[in-house]
Design a binder for this molecule. Structure first.
Ligand SMILES: [Zn+2]
Length: 284
């Protein structure tokens, strides 16, 4: 699943391409991805609207637009779900099979494609109000983090996925940050020492920054319709399919030797999600 770094890289890629592009037609192939916005309300707000900007909040993409004629500003909220992708496609290229929403921008189409339809492109902004601080922002402090963890009996790995605690950290980077911090994923959140909280706080930021920097080196451009075409998706591009995984310390590496100590990486299921960790490096 795309997490904060993947969304950030996508936002940095799309942000300079969209300003001043006007939507000439709105095509919705899968109304469910707009929910709870209706197709009619969606088309009405976006037809004739012009893109102004794009920013990221957690795992969400926030597109801002000027409404048509004298209509007010419009905020369009995007989420990639598990398999979503958003990109500009030359108008002459046939649309992909799973195009959920297509916005006609003239020479190009803005396409939201999603094979499993768990993502969103909607005018509904309520999900944003529940989000915790941005892990890379000034609001995410050691003191605030410590206080929130002290109130939770959940295993620290499970707690890190709580988007009200922290916006944008998901399954991959939760495992990675705990490895960097040397903390066992099963440890109840409230049992972390002050020193561990500080290490984890730093590890989360380092892990995300590193991944964004890494993802930013991947060229993003539409090149085809394969799962591994030229679009950034989980950091994979053709010709370099495995390099992304190589920079992950533990995620999806069960049975492989830990890069630091050689012990076999373990997998365990927590709250129905896979956790990967090194039993030797993460004893704390
Ligand atoms: Zn190890």
């Amino acid at each position: 699943m795309p997490e904060l770094p993947e969304v950030e890289v996508l936002v940095r890629h799309l942000a300079p391409l969209l300003p001043n592009r006007t939507i000439r037609a709105v095509r919705v192939h899968r109304a469910a991805v707009l929910a709870p916005t209706s197709t009619r309300a969606f088309a009405q707000a976006l037809l004739g609207a012009t893109f102004c900007g794009l920013v990221r909040r957690g795992k969400y993409l926030l597109f801002s637009l000027r409404g048509a004629k004298r209509a007010g500003p419009v905020i369009l909220v995007g989420h990639l779900g598990m398999t979503g992708r958003m990109y500009l496609l030359p108008a002459k290229v046939p649309l992909p099979r799973h195009a959920a929403v297509v916005l006609d921008l003239g020479r190009e189409h803005f396409v939201y494609e999603d094979a499993r339809y768990f993502g969103r492109l909607t005018l509904d902004t309520t999900a944003l109000s529940k989000l915790g601080p941005e892990p890379l922002g000034a609001d995410f402090t050691v003191a605030g983090f410590a206080e929130a963890l002290q109130r939770s009996r959940q295993p620290i790995k499970v707690k890190l996925l709580d988007q009200t605690l922290l916006a944008g950290v998901g399954n991959i980077y939760a495992s990675e940050a705990l490895f960097r911090a040397g903390i066992a994923p099963m440890l109840p959140a409230k049992r972390l020492t002050r020193a561990q909280v500080k290490r984890l706080w730093r590890a989360i930021r380092e892990t995300l920054r590193h991944s964004i920097a890494y993802g930013s080196t991947v060229p993003l451009s539409y090149a085809g319709q394969g799962a591994r075409d030229g679009l950034f998706y989980f950091g994979r591009t053709p010709g370099a399919p495995e390099f992304y995984e190589e920079r992950l310390w533990v995620y999806d590496r069960a049975g492989q030797p830990c890069a630091k100590c050689g012990t076999a990486i373990r997998r365990r299921v927590q709250a129905a999600r896979s956790t990967y960790y090194c039993p030797r490096c993460q004893r704390g």
